[in-house]
Ligand binder design. Structure first.
Ligand code: URA
Ligand code: CA
Length: 433
């Protein structure tokens, strides 16, 4: 087989066979096929798209390019949740213990974050003592015993995706549905879950700004998952404004603690119930969505979800006293209010600008090497649709620097107060199965 012929075939809009896709993925991963030929193929895919079979074959070839995690020693149907990423997205911290409290095994492999805040592991490390440096055997034992554990990403997972993603980044081929969908799904599938719930975000703070694009991506990922034998569904949710009120690592842990006790922000609670009920049904721990939702809500209110969170922290070395005393989490030196300059209704809070402001405070990493400050961030007091009076605080800035004028300017620019009444945005746009 020659790479030239594979490129020519895709250029002319023909369907590649599974063998041709494996040939280029294997050849690229082991260095036999050069960047310039793969770049050319990626651009052909960008313009010619891929069929459902091609997308599934590409995903499977990327999965097989590296290690695959074997979770078969864990009993039950392992369900994973993946979000395409947003600002202040605290759902994983809540969902993992919440669905585990209903017996759903959650074997979470997680990374450190790049962007506005840290990833799930960074956030959990705000709890003194909590660590993810456990062996694979310990991980499996913990999930069997407690139904929930988190381990750091290790091993050589989807090396083909790593190489392709770097190449796409410099060849203007990131923004392609078949390439994005196969990239995300290959990582999820290699991580070993039996079933996958996807939270595809749309709006200013999302990768997919437009609803139609988010829907296309969700449909593409669901089709891939189901074709390669993993029960997959997707929820399309709003990321025009940040999710919940807190943006920042320790601040989001506090928000998760509140939510696990039934006292969380409405939008965050609702999204957790929506995603959680899908997870519970996929894991066969409820026969339908309504029943799952009732059980989840019950465990938020009766303390079982919160107790499960403590069990989860404790089993990985975390100081559980933090759960009852969140004021012992890392605290910023300065708490600065942002008063409204006019009265009216909040009509816009641009999620990615709020995320950038949190990053400027030190909550996120600009590069892989950056150190993050777990204590800093932003807590919103108003969301879109809320009325506000002059001088009322829109949000609190938690900072470890005394001058935050640049951050304040950025925050004022990202929040619009209108004279007209504005409705809160739709939270859940669609469910794709
Ligand atoms: N996230 C991924 O993991 N892959 C993509 O291609 C785009 C976003
Ligand atoms: Ca939040």
């Amino acid at each position: 087989m020659r790479m030239y012929d594979v490129i020519e075939k895709k250029r002319d809009g023909l369907e590649l066979t599974s063998e041709e896709i494996q040939f280029f993925i294997n050849g690229y991963t082991n260095g036999d096929i050069p960047d310039y030929q793969v770049s050319s193929l990626l651009m052909a895919i960008y313009f010619q798209d891929m069929t459902k079979d091609e997308r599934a074959n590409l995903t499977q070839a990327m999965v097989e390019s590296g290690d695959q995690i074997d979770l078969s020693a864990i009993s039950g149907i392992k369900v994973d949740k993946h979000s395409t990423g947003g600002v202040g997205d605290t759902t994983t911290l809540i969902l993992a213990p919440l669905v585990a409290s209903l017996g759903v095994p959650v074997a979470k492999m997680s990374g450190r974050g790049l962007g506005h805040t840290g990833g799930t592991i960074d956030k959990l490390e705000a709890v003194p003592g909590f660590h993810v440096e456990i062996t694979n055997d310990q991980f499996i034992e913990l999930v069997n015993k407690n139904k929930v554990a988190v381990i750091g990403q290790s091993g050589n997972l989807t090396p083909a995706d790593k190489k392709l993603y770097s190449l796409r980044d410099v060849t203007a081929t990131v923004n392609s549905i078949p390439l994005i969908a196969s990239s995300i799904m290959s990582k999820k599938i290699a991580s070993g879950a039996d079933a996958i719930v996807l939270d595809v975000k749309t709006g200013a703070g999302a990768f997919m700004k437009e609803l139609d694009d988010a829907r296309d991506l969700a449909e593409a990922m669901v089709a891939i998952g189901n074709k390669v034998g993993r029960n997959t569904m997707a929820v399309i949710s709003d990321m025009s404004q940040p999710l919940g009120n807190a943006i920042g690592n320790a601040l989001e842990v506090k928000e998760a603690i509140d939510t696990l006790q039934g006292k969380g922000p409405d939008d965050l609670t609702e999204l957790c119930l929506t995603l959680g009920s899908q997870m519970v049904v996929l894991a066969s721990k409820a026969s339908n969505i309504e029943e799952a939702r009732i059980k989840l809500r019950e465990n938020l209110l009766n303390g079982k979800a919160f107790d499960h969170f403590k069990l989860f922290l404790e089993s990985q070395g975390g100081d559980v006293r933090v759960a009852d005393h969140p004021e012992t989490l890392p605290q910023a030196a300065y708490k600065i209010e942002l008063p409204a300059r006019t009265s009216g209704t909040v009509s816009e809070i641009i999620a990615d600008d709020i995320g950038t402001a949190a990053m400027l405070l030190g909550a996120g990493r600009a590069t892989k090497e950056s150190q993050i400050d777990l204590a800093v961030g932003i807590v919103l007091h108003k969301k879109v649709g809320d009325a506000v009076g002059v001088g009322e605080s829109l949000l609190t800035i938690h900072a470890n620097q005394d001058s935050v004028d640049d951050v304040k300017d950025k925050l004022y620019a990202s929040i619009t107060i209108s004279e007209h009444v504005t409705e809160a945005p739709t939270l859940i746009y669609d469910t794709i199965t």
